[in-house]
Design a protein around this ligand. Structure first.
Ligand code: SAH
Length: 347
């Protein structure tokens, strides 16, 4: 099944919906009303769109599917301030999203593809291979569902679930535009972070975009060869070209970028690795998130607490650094692991 076959009104931006409404001979104000029913009131069916004529509701239903995600783990609860959602899509595929609760923040971690084709050696999602890109509607519906589930507004969005967002560039950007739209979810561009393994041409595109979405790059090593070993995408876009693109993003947007660094025992956790990371990032305006590895079926191991804090101390001398203890580790909530539990253990 290709993307285009899962048609939905939720694939349309406000401007596109406006066109859609006009083509069907309705007045302009109807598009704002429909958009607000979807993104402000977060209705789950067109039946709830009380001030919309029945004929228009029927046209929306006939155009495509209204609900694009269905919960597949309804008994899940909030554990360690995080909740995992396993969603079944119209075509029977599964994706996952995670809600992270911190003080007044409600962050949703979104999937952008079903599976992933990049083959990072430490990543569980990579084991699935690539199935297909998510549609705009399937991306946005993850947030709508979660916001309804907790009856609260989502404040932050990170594209750090399954998949490589910049390889589904158009749908990811269009979904971020709806998430940002005042008539849509109205989440500030600076609260929307797109994370990439380093797809260089699309980093330039993102830098030149008029929307100020934030960029995170999963670096994981400052050594070119080592990075290629754990992230084969580095053979296509090497560290030099990636660093050049990041510098361009810095200067074009005047914004900091986030560097993600997954710490793995005896792979990238030595003092030399830390020094090399600093050397690589010396002219880059960034903050660094160190992510202690969540152990999975790939066989990589999390370093000891001492090694993690030693690494962090070296980085701290020159750069802002945070250690991100992933939520829900014990429950296999992180990075593709939930999907695997469902598919290979329960079924
Ligand atoms: N493909 C994009 C988006 C996925 S984000 C990217 O690479 O940025 C997922 C993040 O989690 C990446 O930074 C990745 O390096 C990290 N990650 C993957 N598997 C992990 C694991 N088992 N433990 C900790 N972090 C992991």
């Amino acid at each position: 099944m290709t993307n285009n076959q899962i048609q939905s009104i939720k694939n349309l931006s406000f401007t596109q919906l406006n066109e859609w409404i006009k083509n069907r001979k309705y007045q302009d104000f109807r598009s704002k009303q429909v958009f607000q029913w979807i993104y402000k009131k977060k209705v789950i069916s067109t039946e709830q769109m009380l001030n919309i004529p029945q004929k228009l509701r029927d046209e929306i239903n006939n155009y495509g599917h209204f609900s694009l995600v269905e919960i597949a783990n309804p008994d899940e609860s909030i554990i360690n301030s995080a909740k995992k959602y396993l969603f079944k899509l119209i075509d029977g595929n599964y994706i996952e999203s995670v809600l992270i609760i911190e003080k007044d923040r409600r962050t949703v971690c979104l999937s952008s593809q079903i599976g992933c084709g990049l083959e990072c050696s430490f990543c569980q999602t990579a084991k699935m291979g690539f199935l297909r890109n998510l549609t705009v509607g399937e991306i946005v519906d993850q947030i709508l569902f979660i916001s309804n589930d907790i009856s609260e507004k989502i404040t932050n969005v990170v594209y750090m679930g399954m998949g490589e967002p910049l390889l589904n560039y158009e749908n990811v950007i269009n979904s971020a535009i709806i998430i940002n739209d005042k008539n849509g979810l109205n989440i500030g561009a600076r609260k929307i972070t797109i994370s990439t393994s380093g797809i260089v041409p699309q980093i330039y595109m993102l830098a030149d975009l008029k929307y100020q979405f934030k960029l995170a790059v999963s670096l994981n090593s400052g050594y070119n060869e080592k990075r290629s070993n754990i992230m084969p995408i580095n053979n296509q876009f090497d560290l030099n070209s990636l660093i050049k693109a990041i510098k361009y993003y810095n200067s074009a947007t005047n914004k900091k970028i986030t560097i993600e660094y997954v710490l793995m025992k005896d792979i990238n956790d030595s003092e030399d690795d830390a020094k090399m990371l600093l050397e690589t990032l010396k002219d880059i305006h960034c903050k660094i998130n160190l992510i202690p590895f969540n152990e999975n079926e790939t066989g990589f191991v999390r370093p000891t607490k001492e090694t993690i804090s030693k690494f962090s101390e070296i980085i701290k001398v020159e750069k802002d650094v945070t250690i991100r203890w992933s939520k829900g580790k014990e429950e296999n909530g992180a990075c593709g692991q939930l999907y695997f539990k469902k598919i290979f253990v329960k079924m």
